[in-house]
Design a protein around this ligand. Structure first.
Ligand SMILES: *[C@@H]1O[C@H](CO)[C@@H](O)[C@H](O)[C@H]1NC(C)=O
Ligand SMILES: *[C@@H]1O[C@H](CO)[C@@H](O)[C@H](O)[C@H]1NC(C)=O
Length: 455
């Protein structure tokens, strides 16, 4: 990547720790990884950036806004002690653990200021990924440790500020990141009151999750053998985003989604002669629609293409576990289709059916086969994946200065995924984050728009 002048001036790199704990705290300081977590040990962190529009001057921001954000972060961390710790793999441990050591550990928070164009950065048009990278926190791992969370807050004087994070997916999945952010925002809004309601309180009991298939051993062996026998390295993969890629945001309104759904059902009846009796969610419609547009825009040659995505299993386990279970509780689904079928006239209908069937396959409650090696063996140009979920309701993250102007999942630049989230307008629509090479952006934008005009 060519160097661009850095538009960000770092004011301070601080470390924010939870307040000293009470001795009878029910919040654990150490957690073993389980098989759901082990999948993610070497993956790059998940990163998002939130832009908030406010008119604070630098002085007001540093004197009043920043202290509130820092103090509430510390108060929130007392419910999430491990987030201030590290992922490690002690020599005498069969598997990696996450651990917080009081007095030693804290979350790294970078405070910065920038004169870059706030409105451009937080817009919906295609922007260069490298422009946005300056506003994301560093996340440095080594063979022996990796942080669980790092943060950056950047002020754009008189325009707004951004809060960005990087989190280690081996420690927590998107649902818990969202829970953490909502709690942090709510404690920040309320001031001193740092209590959480039961619906907000993370649940730490890992013994409820059974591993009937001995998936843990499979993952541990996979990790140990990645770089020579018995190598306990925790270094995250340095997946470099392709150069010249751009990040854009698209919206599907409620009405768009309903229209696509109607068209899909008609095509199932008329062309495919079957109408599967399955629930078709907005998630499925949006995923199918975007997948088809991407396959067309990238001019993928004939042959198999794949769509991988995660499904939250908290409510699907037997018996179900609380929705606030801290950690990972997602299973991967992989859908295969022929690119020629997807670019055909009823491509979206074909994609919807395939995605629905993959989700239906989970009905039996069992956690599915480990698909890691299959995922890793697929040609990355033919694999599409989905990050995020509208259920995280990230636009409801209000620290006291209003809803975000923009929420962006930036880590899709490395995985080539597209992201899904709720909409800024909160009207039941969806926002979709897309990364594409520069020369593919126009084709995608026009395919996306023209597909919505068909009735
Ligand atoms: C966690 O990592 C930080 C940063 O490298 C380090 O200062 C701290 O001592 C580590 N904690 C443990 C328990 O290793
Ligand atoms: C373990 O793997 C890492 C790369 O992840 C490598 O840097 C390191 O040298 C390896 N250690 C041994 C003992 O082979």
């Amino acid at each position: 990547m060519e160097a661009t002048p850095n538009p960000v001036k770092v004011l301070e790199v601080c470390r924010v720790a939870p307040p000293p704990s009470s001795p009878d705290s029910a919040v654990p300081t150490s957690l073993p990884l389980i098989f759901f977590d082990l999948f993610w040990v070497r993956f790059p962190p998940v990163q998002r950036i939130f832009f908030f529009e406010t008119s604070h001057s630098t002085t007001t921001f540093l004197d009043t806004v920043l202290p509130k954000l820092k103090h509430s972060l510390s108060l929130t961390l007392q419910h999430y002690l491990v987030l201030a710790g590290n992922l490690t793999w002690p020599p005498d441990s069969y598997k990696p653990i996450i651990q917080y050591v009081e007095g030693d550990d804290a979350v790294s928070l970078t405070i910065a200021e920038s004169k870059a164009d706030f409105y451009h950065l937080s817009s919906y048009s295609f922007r260069e990924v490298k422009e946005i990278h300056h506003f994301l926190p560093q996340f440095l791992s080594s063979d022996t440790r990796a942080p669980l969370m790092t943060l950056q807050i950047t002020l754009f004087p008189n325009k707004g500020f951004s809060i960005s994070y990087a989190t280690h997916h081996a420690a927590l999945d998107g649902k818990i990141v969202a829970l953490f952010l909502h709690s942090w925002a709510s404690i920040c809004r309320r001031g001193e009151d740092s209590t959480l309601t039961p619906e907000e309180t993370p649940f730490y009991d890992r013994s409820l999750i059974k591993d009937p298939g001995d998936h843990e051993r499979t993952y541990v062996n996979f990790l140990l053998n990645l770089n020579g026998p018995n190598n306990k390295s925790l270094l995250i993969w340095d997946l470099k985003p392709p150069t010249d890629i751009m990040l854009g945001t698209f919206q599907l309104t409620r009405a768009n989604i309903e229209n696509i759904k109607k068209r899909v059902k008609t095509q199932w009846q008329e062309k495919q002669k079957t109408e599967p009796a399955i629930h078709v969610s907005s998630f499925t419609i949006a995923s199918a629609y975007v997948w088809v547009c991407l396959v067309k825009a990238k001019k993928i040659s004939a042959g198999k293409v794949h769509l991988g995505f995660s499904v939250d299993c908290r409510a699907r386990l037997e018996p179900p576990i609380p929705s606030t279970y801290f950690g990972n509780c997602v299973t991967g689904r992989l859908v295969d289709a022929d690119s020629n079928d997807l670019i055909g006239e009823d491509g979206v209908a074909t994609a919807v059916k395939a995605i629905c069937e993959a989700i239906e396959g989970l009905k039996d409650g069992a956690v599915q086969e480990v698909q890691l090696s299959k995922m890793l063996s697929i040609d990355r140009n033919r694999l599409f994946t989905i990050g995020g979920s509208p259920r995280f309701e990230l636009y409801n993250t209000d620290f006291g200065w209003g809803r975000p102007r923009k929420v962006e999942m930036t880590s899709i630049d490395k995985s080539g995924a597209f992201s899904l989230s709720d909409c800024r307008d909160g009207n039941g629509g969806l926002e979709i984050g897309i990364v594409l090479k520069k020369h593919e952006t126009e084709a995608f934008a026009s395919l996306f728009a023209s597909g919505l005009e068909v009735h």
